[in-house]
Design a binder for this molecule. Sequence first.
Ligand SMILES: [Zn+2]
Ligand SMILES: [Zn+2]
Length: 349
Amino acid sequence: MPIIYKCPGCGSAMEFNSQTQKIGCPSCGMQLDVEEYEKNYKSYETEESETQESSKTDTEGMKIYHCSTCGAELVADQYTSATFCSFCGNPTLMQDRLQGSFQPSTIIPFKIDKNKAVDIYKSWCKKGPLTPGELSKQSTIEKISGIYVPFWLYNYSAGTSMHANAEKVRTTRKGDTEYTYTDHFQVYRDVSAIFERIPADASEKMPDDAMDKLEPYNYADMTQFAMPYLSGYLSERYNYTADQMQERATDRANKYITEIARSTITGYSNVTVLSNNIRMNPKGSEYALLPVWMLNYRFKNKNFQFMLNGQTGKIVADRPISKGKAFAFGIGIFAVTLIITMFGGLLFI
Ligand SMILES: [Zn+2]
Ligand SMILES: [Zn+2]
């Protein structure tokens, strides 16, 4: 059931404005709070969509709708939840993919608008080693799209007991003789941590590694989901359930708790980890939509992808990038509460 947020002032289709963080009318300039619109004008748009809506399911997972403004046919695949009428360009939401089990609980609204995204893209083109030509053509730039990507955010109560052998080596010199002393230590760490909102994208179309690199998102801007935020952007409902993506998040949580424990063992010349007994208890998940600007293009017969974190402006694009950064240890990605028990005993041999 497609819906359009119509301006109560002039009847034009309204779009979420990332600068004012309100839903705005491009024609008359009216700006309304998202909650205010939902509260006061909801019946207005629902009525509109119910009388004009006519949808039929097509084969191969595509659905055909009729635009509630111009009546043109609107083809959307089964996952699309926010799109545009290809005829009149009005932003259109697929209500049924945003309700029930598909209703996101939270959203980070776009902070970077299209103009800014284009600016960032253009300066990125200039800096690159590739000949810009094709990349910076207006027809290429026009294709940049703002997408709300479905994510699952997982919480964990985690811990690990780590045993390690460590050495401290020091040398002294007496006359012409150099003495090397090696002290051996038995090191024990018990670390408990609470991880909140470890993200895993739930969209089949989005490459997982690129999505990971777009992090971190700043959760301070996260707000309760409301449909008007999607107006003027593309969005999809999740392809994978929270259960299906859990393993990916657990792998990350395991890596993080190990890194945290290991990072507390410092001041030694050598450290050999003997055992790392991880305790990992999942504490639920939430369905969230996070903003991404995306541009696909071809260059020398190859497909490239330019992506931009729609909140922070961080760029992830197909160009030689430093690989080491892909899985940088990320405190600050999510909230972490730590309890650390440390024990370092000198071993006499
Ligand atoms: Zn208006
Ligand atoms: Zn239309």
